[in-house]
Design a protein around this ligand. Structure first.
Ligand SMILES: N[C@@H](CCC(=O)N[C@@H](CS)C(=O)NCC(=O)O)C(=O)O
Length: 218
């Protein structure tokens, strides 16, 4: 098989291309990376020198693609399917890319900051940074709430790359900074994402690993 995705089933950024693959039934070989295992880590660093996942290897076209967004862009360009994750309309595509950046930078990033803090040694935590991250998440929630009052998916009526980005971002953000009752439109959107077969499959496949996530017990 030409396409190989190097990823971990629990890693939020890896969920973005997984959803893209499943949306279009694009065949690929999954390779699970274990950064705690010396051999797996060394092999992965040859593919992704920054050590960040996901990474896509395409043997047919002899290229390696890094960064979750770029992997989705690559699939949309070279292995398109019926679900147009990057719209053909240029202006709509720009909006989709902007929403993808929003979910990565202003939802995933603060969420990861909060999670990472819990994994730090007790004397190396950053309570101020975590409070800032929580404030940023709440600000993002208010923006999403406003947008989702009039939309089915992140950019309107069609499922796009923006929804691939929103799925892991909102799923994990809700675990570290629960939505509560203040964002009903965002919660309904999150429920729609959870019911989407591509995302439901990703979550199902992550089940055996969820015990490793440090926010399971609040
Ligand atoms: N901007 C990157 C972020 C990738 C990223 O942070 N991946 C995490 C997993 S969700 C990772 O590889 N962490 C391993 C590490 O930092 O050691 C992308 O969109 O692909």
């Amino acid at each position: 098989m030409s396409l190989t995705l190097h990823f971990h089933p629990l890693a939020s950024f890896c969920w973005k291309p997984l959803i893209a693959f499943y949306e279009n039934d694009t065949p690929f070989t999954p390779v699970i990376v274990d950064l705690g295992d010396e051999q797996s880590r060394a092999a992965f660093l040859k593919i992704s020198p920054p050590g960040k996942m996901p990474a896509l290897r395409d043997d047919t076209r002899d290229c390696t693609v890094l960064e979750s967004t770029i992997v989705i862009e690559y699939l949309a360009a070279h292995y398109p399917g019926p679900v147009e994750l990057i719209p053909g309309d240029v202006d709509l595509a720009i909006k989709v890319r902007q929403a993808d950046r929003f979910y990565d930078f202003y939802v995933q990033e603060p969420m990861q900051k909060i999670v990472a803090d819990r994994l730090r040694p007790g004397d190396k935590t950053d309570p101020f940074g975590v409070e800032q991250a929580r404030a940023q998440l709440r600000n993002s929630y208010a923006i999403i709430e406003q947008d989702m009052r009039s939309r089915t998916w992140a950019m309107g009526e069609a499922f796009t790359m923006a929804d691939c980005a929103a799925s892991p971002a909102l799923f994990y953000a809700n675990k570290v900074e629960p939505f509560g009752e203040n964002y009903p439109a965002m919660k309904r959107y999150h429920d729609r994402l959870l019911a989407r077969p591509s995302f439901a499959r990703v979550i199902e496949e992550a089940q055996p690993y969820f015990h490793l996530f440090p926010y399971n017990n609040g």
